[in-house]
Design a protein around this ligand. Structure first.
Ligand code: AMP
Ligand code: MG
Length: 320
């Protein structure tokens, strides 16, 4: 590698996750501005603190609409649209269930079934009422809560890419706790690891991408065990319980990281077969499913390359 292709890595902890920025020039000032940008978005969108624009909406549930800034409004509109897809497993109004389960946080345990059933009635995405002219959001029922945890990192990763581009950067990578967006392509592409579920720092394989986002959602990311059963953080909005299927993880390769973030949840709900069928209508979005039986199913591979590193896994390339 020539000296002008040296990689400079900058790291921070934001949104409760390790954040990594890779640049091809030494520019600490730019890295600080990127981290500040991420922090500004986190401050608007978080539901893990008492105050943010999203929390202002949540606090006013059942009472009154709250006007929010344009990016917040647009992101909520996008999250609502994804929630209203037919049989969507994505639900921006899942907040009350997420808060009740507390998966991966102190005090997590399986809630009584009656409580889950009661909370389901205040998680309807239709009850998130948007008013375009005033840019306001109203949660129609008391106790409702928006949770953008399944989409915010993707959105922010795209904003970081746009910002780097605007600043004249031609090569960069941002990793928001496993949610990766890239700008340009170094020689040979960017190499992104596909994590082995429930193993620290082990890889199943490696993806090579250019100008693309790579987002993974995995049941191994956050979970707890009770009576020998594992409960993970991706909830089924139809039942109120963690999605139960053949999957350990789903990775999406797409142009926009927000699409990747939404589609990992959608595909978690669909499973491998329905998921691959649904993606035939979306050639811009490609998926890698990792199943509990150590299969790696690739929906299509037009925009990336995959190299298997762990031969205990079998690869099925569904590309027709
Ligand atoms: P991700 O890491 O993108 O898969 O998002 C996981 C986070 O999204 C969880 O920690 C919850 O905050 C939230 N979440 C859980 N289940 C759902 C769901 N069905 N729809 C939307 N967001 C969800
Ligand atoms: Mg997501």
């Amino acid at each position: 590698m020539s000296s002008d292709h040296r990689v400079y890595s900058y790291s921070a902890v934001l949104m409760g996750s390790p954040i990594l920025l890779k640049l091809f020039s030494h520019d600490e000032a730019l890295a600080s501005r990127v981290f500040r940008l991420i922090k500004r978005y986190e401050d608007l969108l978080t539901v893990n603190r008492a105050h943010s624009q999203v929390m202002d909406i949540n606090h006013a549930a059942g009472q009154h609409p709250v006007s929010v800034s344009r990016p917040v409004f647009e992101l909520i509109r996008c999250a609502k649209a994804a929630s209203l897809f037919k049989e969507s497993a994505f639900n921006l109004a899942i907040g009350p269930l997420v808060k009740r389960w507390k998966i991966g946080f102190k005090g997590d345990s399986v809630p009584p079934a009656a409580e889950i059933a009661a909370l389901l009635s205040i998680t309807r995405p239709e009850d998130v009422v948007l008013d375009e002219t005033s840019g306001s959001v109203f949660l129609a029922k008391a106790g409702m809560e928006i949770d953008l945890g399944a989409i915010a990192k993707g959105y922010i990763a795209d904003r970081v890419r746009d910002y780097l581009r605007k600043e004249g950067t031609t090569l960069g990578l941002i990793n928001l706790g496993g949610n990766i967006q890239t700008l340009g392509s170094p020689e040979g592409g960017w190499h992104v690891g596909l994590k082995k579920p429930f193993a620290e720092n082990e890889l199943i394989g490696s993806m090579t991408v250019e100008n693309r986002s790579v987002v993974t959602s995995g049941t191994y990311e956050r979970y707890f065990e009770q009576n020998g059963k594992r409960y993970h953080h991706i909830l089924d909005p139809r039942t109120g319980y963690p999605l139960d299927n053949e999957l350990d993880s789903v990775t999406i390769l797409s142009k926009e990281s927000i699409d990747g973030d939404i589609w990992t949840t959608l595909l978690y709900g669909m499973g491998v077969e329905k998921g691959c069928a649904a993606l035939r209508a979306r050639p811009d979005i490609e998926a890698i499913f990792v199943t509990k039986t150590k299969e790696v199913v690739i929906s299509s591979m037009h925009h990336f390359r995959f190299t298997l590193l762990d031969d205990r896994y079998r690869v099925t390339d569904n590309t027709v």
